[in-house]
Design a protein around this ligand. Structure first.
Ligand code: HEC
Length: 692
């Protein structure tokens, strides 16, 4: 009863801004969309990624076939959720490009390229990905890798307004999808590894005027920002920080993905990322919880004012972000109807919180993890294993890794089965204190040793992703137990879609699979020809149900599959379209080192430079060429042209001249030559044949 009443209040509240008719999507439409629409990132504000459509079900799914497809012009990671309104499908690709298609036929309607300078890709820790647009009242909104928020006319793709949401001189990026909430477009940013101060901003959806901003870490000068966050930092959050590198770096805490609106409690929930540096000892002298790192924070949508927070990993030291998918649901727990927030952040615990207060209801281990034994139900804090805090001088090889038990790939929830479907990953990460650390503006500043470096490095662990696997887990959030799961031999699988047809759609091992939502039985599988990481969405046009998914790997952890050109696949019952096969892949042969011009460099020094400047993109867990296999290292002049002169800058490989000179570059080359002569540093993987 109470619930109905609250909903009525909310609908009344938003009617004023939502009186816009069919032509526009307002808050009300997003609260209660027509069954066949997909109007916001997670379909509705609750972000359950559950569609009430049931034409495609267990009985009919066998007839699902390709209806149409579209090819794109980039082979970087594809993470967008296609949105659908009034027969138009909107999606984005890597490099923040926006596309509109006739959702029934696939006819291209318009495209928009924000022309992000290629060099800006340097600031994207985890590829130049983009997770999609927001649509509202005839406009389409996109965030760009270089930190802009752009409103486009939904019919023509022409720019309506554009704002720079970040300081372009600092290494901020945007990869997340904007959300429109009560007439404001909300957008966060990324860049925490490099050294930025995280925040979320709200802009007037009609004009682009900044309405409010909420910072997630304190002002280093102890001054007020004139922002919505000032009060809570003054009153309690600033006191959770101690002296350390954060004062130079900004402390991290970027809001790079989850922004969810709880219309019942009228709260915006943001997911906050890791610290900068990761290392708590360097960041904050090993002292304090460092609010609001690794937290879910609830804000008032009109003002950005703080309401509550829940910190998943106090004193974050492992890149355990809480930016992962935040979902809302009504669950019956201990005989009581509860409105809850659910999240499976990187740290491996599945959290169920009270949506009104942020209080912990329960936390269970959705993947095997050993860095903490459990979450204390009284304090809501994880009870850490003694070895986990490597900042005490040890070395920890713990589950989970910095790639997380679950990353950005969205989960889905079916109110019918009561299960949350988590695209989980099983991985172990290594962490050790560096002997010394200097904060270098704009460079990789995690303050953690993660991988073996150079000929004389301490022999330790396997590189990040090579022994990681994945699992699609059907999780019962009430009992915190696994109902069923499907394992596969890689992490970085796709996001998930659940439908009232009793199906769960998810991709792994190059196949889109429809599972029985109750049992996990695979009912249909389709060879997509390449790895997909993006979540599927579904919609109806003229009485026919479609399922759409972006194909193309990349992003964090997506390196262990060949890169292919981006593609959109759209399915319907009886579909007979055929997409052309991707080019064959080959494993590049080892280099002929006899061709190498001897390097005058020092491989050991090069290894240290590699860890600081190259590993995040070029090592396992990254997504760019394995340089120990690249012919580029055989030729000192060519290598220097790339690393010093920026010969490949338009493709995202910026010049490193501002960080080091030609002698260091030769040390790097020596390191790669040493690696090439001492295989396998990491197992080699197939690449597209044309990339040879
Ligand atoms: C932000 C990501 C990023 C970082 C960091 C990075 N690179 Fe690159 N690198 C790239 C991209 C993107 C390419 C081009 C890949 C392509 O076009 O397929 C590239 C290509 C290269 C190539 C050419 C390889 C080939 O086979 O074509 C070399 C050599 C190279 N990088 C060296 C380095 C070195 C040395 C460092 C560290 C000092 C480094 N890179 C750091 C992104 C990065």
């Amino acid at each position: 009863m109470q619930k109905v009443w609250r909903w009525a209040a909310v609908v009344g509240l938003v009617l004023g801004v939502a009186a816009c008719g069919r032509a526009g999507v307002g808050d009300k439409a997003i609260l209660d969309p027509a069954d066949g629409e997909w109007l916001t990132y997670g379909r509705t504000y609750d972000e359950q990624r559950f569609s009430p459509l049931r034409q495609i079900d267990a009985a009919s799914v066998g007839k699902l076939g390709l209806a149409w497809y579209a090819d794109f012009d980039t082979d970087r990671g594809q993470e967008a959720t296609p949105l659908v309104r009034d027969g138009v499908l909107y999606t984005t690709t890597a490099w923040s490009k926006v596309y509109a298609f006739d959702a029934k036929t696939g006819k291209p309607l318009w495209k928009y390229d924000p022309n992000v300078p290629g060099e800006k890709g340097f600031n994207a820790c985890c590829d130049v990905v983009n997770r999609g647009v927001a649509i509202w009242k005839g406009k389409v909104y996109v965030g760009t890798i270089d930190g802009r928020l752009i409103a486009l006319d939904g019919t023509t793709g022409k720019v309506a307004w554009e704002v720079q949401t970040t300081d372009r001189e600092r290494p901020y990026t945007i990869t997340g999808a904007p959300r429109v909430i009560r007439g404001k477009v909300l957008i966060g940013n990324g860049g925490a590894e490099y050294g930025v101060r995280g925040y979320v901003s709200a802009y007037d959806a009609a004009t682009g005027k900044l309405a409010w901003r909420f910072y997630t870490t304190p002002n280093a000068a102890g001054a007020a920002d004139g922002a919505a966050s000032d009060k809570v930092f003054r009153e309690k959050a600033a006191a959770t920080w101690s002296d350390g590198v954060w004062k130079e770096s900004g402390g991290g805490g970027t809001v790079w993905d989850a922004i969810t609106y709880d219309a019942v409690n009228d709260l915006v929930l943001i997911g906050v990322g890791n610290g900068n540096p990761w290392n708590h000892k360097l960041r904050s002298g090993g002292k304090g919880d460092n609010l609001f790192l690794s937290s879910i924070v609830a804000l008032k949508p009109q003002t950005g004012e703080y309401v509550w927070h829940y910190q998943t990993t106090p004193g974050e030291s492992w890149d355990y972000t809480a930016t992962q998918h935040i979902m809302l649901a009504d669950l019956k727990i201990a005989g009581r109807e509860r409105r809850v927030v659910m999240q499976a952040p990187k740290n491996g615990f599945f959290y169920v919180l009270d949506a009104g207060t942020g209080q912990l209801i329960s936390a269970g281990k959705y993947v095997p993890l050993d860095w903490a034994t459990h979450v204390d139900p009284k304090t809501g804090r994880p009870v850490e294993a003694p070895f986990a805090r490597y900042t005490n001088g040890g070395l920890s090889t713990q589950m989970t890794s910095a790639l997380g038990g679950h990353n950005w790939q969205p989960m889905a929830f079916s109110p019918k089965t009561g299960l949350v479907y988590i695209p989980a990953q099983l991985n172990r990460g290594a962490y050790a204190d560096p002997d010394s650390f200097t904060y270098t503006p704009g460079a990789w500043n995690t303050g953690v040793i993660r991988a073996a470096q150079g000929p004389h490095a301490r022999p330790r662990f396997k590189p990040g992703g090579s022994d990681a696997t994945g699992e699609l887990i059907a999780w019962d959030p009430v009992t915190q137990t696994k109902r069923w799961s499907v394992a596969f031999p890689h992490q970085a699988s796709s996001g998930v879609l659940a439908t009232d047809g009793g199906l769960v759609f998810h991709s792994s091992q190059n196949h889109l699979v429809a599972y029985d939502a109750a049992t996990g039985k695979a009912l249909w599988r389709y060879d997509e020809g390449a790895r997909a990481i993006a979540p599927p969405s579904t919609y109806v046009i003229d009485g026919e149900q479609y399922v759409a998914q972006m194909i193309g790997t990349g992003g964090a952890g997506g390196r262990d599959a060949p890169r292919t050109m981006g593609r959109l696949l759209v399915f319907k019952l009886g579909g007979t379209a055929k997409a052309p096969a991707y080019p064959a892949t080959v494993v590049p042969p080892p280099l002929n080192l006899k061709l190498a011009t001897a390097s005058k460099g020092d491989a050991d020094r090069g290894g240290a430079l590699y860890a600081n400047y190259c590993a995040m993109c070029h090592q396992a867990g990254g997504y760019h060429p394995n340089l120990a296999r690249s012919p580029a290292i055989l030729d000192p002049d060519g290598f220097r042209a790339i690393v010093q002169d920026g010969a490949l800058k338009d493709r995202g490989m910026a010049s490193f001249r501002r960080f080091f000179g030609p002698a260091d570059t030769e040390d790097l080359r020596a390191f790669f030559l040493w690696q090439a002569a001492h295989p396998p540093v990491e197992p080699e993987r197939a690449v597209a044949a044309h990339a040879q």
